[in-house]
Design a protein around this ligand. Structure first.
Ligand code: 13P
Length: 264
């Protein structure tokens, strides 16, 4: 990554950990990073727990003044009303969240989340003062056809093109090829870089050089301490969205430390 952007290591816990486990994990991570004299100013660390854990994480982070950030994994497109089971962006923002994951491939697969809905989620998150982590990435089928870059760029473009420059500059994009999620098959550093660069170039063309230079583009899909250094060495890869490895505190601590060292 280039030194202009601060790297972000974000753990997506998916549907794991109740609020007691979440609290214990955050404490352990904070201790381990403190022992390592981790410099949060040069590398952001964030966790995305379930809705049911957000309040517990907030209380811990605020009472102990921890530097770990946190966010939600999805959001309603409406602000309030008769939408049983939904959670609004304002509700999430009022819990001190910095981020909301939008359009994760598991949400696109198991819930009726199409592009129009994802546009509205992005807008809701931005309007509530948080940053959307917009997930895109091709399936094995698109990769087999050799259209993976167009596919990922198209997913970002279609969802973001009507934003203002100011809104677009607050986006975070996570390039997560679907075939790499939870499979142990990580993208090569070169293909992660190719996708990140193609997405960045499109943001620059659609908005401005400033937006292109500002937006952080994360890689996600089987990230571990074994592949993180090579991936973060690519100029357009600005951090990670991590699933399985973010459920193990020693492994996540290691990825945070390696990312910081590699971008120092
Ligand atoms: P894994 O790191 O388990 O492959 O999951 C990636 C992911 O989906 C993060 O959002």
């Amino acid at each position: 990554m280039t030194s202009r952007r601060i790297p972000l290591v974000a753990g997506n816990w998916k549907m794991n950990f109740d609020h007691l486990e979440a609290t214990y994990f955050v404490q352990q991570l904070a201790w381990k990073l403190r022992d390592a004299r981790f410099d949060y100013k040069r590398c952001e660390v964030a966790l995305m727990p379930s809705f049911t854990s957000l309040r517990s994480v907030q209380v811990l982070v605020e009472s102990d003044k921890l530097r770990i950030r946190y966010g939600a994994q999805a959001v309603s497109v409406t602000s309030q009303g008769a939408f049983t089971g939904d959670v609004s962006a304002d509700m999430i923002a009022h819990l001190g969240c910095s981020y909301v994951i939008v359009g994760h491939s598991e949400r696109r697969k198991y819930h009726p989340e199409d592009d129009a809905n994802i546009v509205d989620q992005v807008r809701a998150v931005l309007a509530a003062g948080m940053q959307p982590i917009l997930c895109v990435g091709e399936s094995y089928e698109e990769r087999r056809k050799g259209i993976e870059l167009d596919f990922a760029v198209g997913q970002v473009h279609d969802v973001t093109r009507d934003l203002s420059d100011e809104e677009a500059s607050r986006l975070i994009v996570a390039y997560e090829p679907v075939w790499a999620i939870g499979t142990g098959m990580v993208a090569t550093p070169q293909s992660a870089q190719d996708a990140a660069k193609a997405i960045r170039d499109d943001l620059t063309a659609t908005f401005s050089t400033t937006v292109g230079d500002t937006v952080r583009i994360l890689y996600g899909g089987s990230v571990s301490s074994k592949n993180a250094v090579e991936l973060i060495g690519e100029p357009d890869v600005d951090g990670f969205l991590i699933g399985g490895a973010a459920l193990k505190v020693d492994e996540l601590t290691k990825i945070c430390r390696l990312t910081l060292e590699a971008t120092a």
